[in-house]
Design a protein around this ligand. Structure first.
Ligand SMILES: [Zn+2]
Ligand SMILES: [Zn+2]
Length: 255
């Protein structure tokens, strides 16, 4: 499988796009503002969208994408998320007030959007030997990380999360782990903000990485705009024997 970074910033601004990754040609992992860089043709080929949680920086482009290319597609786009996340998306986004309910447009029999609620650990087969599983996350709203397995290698994405005891045993059980994309939204100076908003800062990241028992390339995502260098300096200082690097837009990871 190939992951291409469409957006990995904690905010917007020139050259900055929020969390969104293209997986091969037919799948998205989160649907932040980076999705807007795909061509119409590329957007119309997206069959699967794995959503970590319903915060806008992770789903902002989803309603717009459906509205733009739904008519060009032979089948609905399937959105996979925890049941509680699907519930938020139904009640607060696709609710006819903020955006139309595309699960019954243009008709209930042939809609442009289909929700597939999934539990933590439940395998989702998206074809070609590719399996996705939700991982536990600990954020201010219901949230998950995702484990993508090509059969040859695995990539883990934490989603938005703070320190999480349930996460690491599941990651350590992945024998073919190649890549770990983990958030570090704030600097150590903003540790209290990281704690209440349930994100990570470098000091918390360092303690979390101490629990990683696999060797994997570690990629830092969701950095606060304007503080990339300061946060990454702290990340390097806190990471022990690990050598995390900052994820960048346009980058590709194979696994
Ligand atoms: Zn969030
Ligand atoms: Zn976020």
């Amino acid at each position: 499988m190939k992951l291409r970074v469409l957006g990995c910033s904690g905010g917007i601004g020139e050259g900055l796009r929020t969390t969104s990754f293209a997986i091969d040609a037919d799948t998205l992992l989160d649907a932040g503002t980076g999705v807007g860089d795909l061509s119409l043709e590329q957007l119309a080929r997206i069959d699967h969208v794995f959503v970590s949680h319903a915060h806008l920086d992770h789903v902002a482009a989803l309603p717009l994408m459906l509205d733009t290319v739904g008519w060009m597609r032979p089948a609905p786009v399937t959105v996979y998320a925890l049941p509680a996340v699907v519930d938020v998306l139904r009640r607060h986004l696709f609710n006819w007030h903020l955006w139309p309910d595309f699960t019954c447009i243009p008709s209930e029999a042939a809609p442009w959007l289909r929700f597939q609620p999934v539990e933590i650990g439940q395998p989702v087969d998206i074809g070609g030997g590719r399996i996705a599983r939700a991982l536990p996350a600990h954020h201010v709203v219901p949230a998950a990380g995702w484990h993508l397995d090509s059969g040859r290698g695995s990539l883990v994405y934490t989603g938005d999360t703070t320190v999480n005891d349930e996460f690491w045993p599941k990651v350590n059980a992945i024998a073919n782990l190649r890549h770990l994309i983990i958030e570090t939204a704030f600097s150590n100076r903003e540790q209290e903000l990281a704690r209440v908003s349930r994100h990570l800062c470098p000091e918390m990241l360092g303690r979390e990485l101490d629990r990683l028992e696999r060797s994997a390339e570690i990629h830092i995502t969701h950095l606060k705009p304007g503080e990339y260098e300061a946060i990454m300096e702290e990340v390097q200082a806190c990471a022990g024997h690990h050598e995390p690097r900052m994820l960048a837009g346009g980058e590709e990871l194979e696994f």
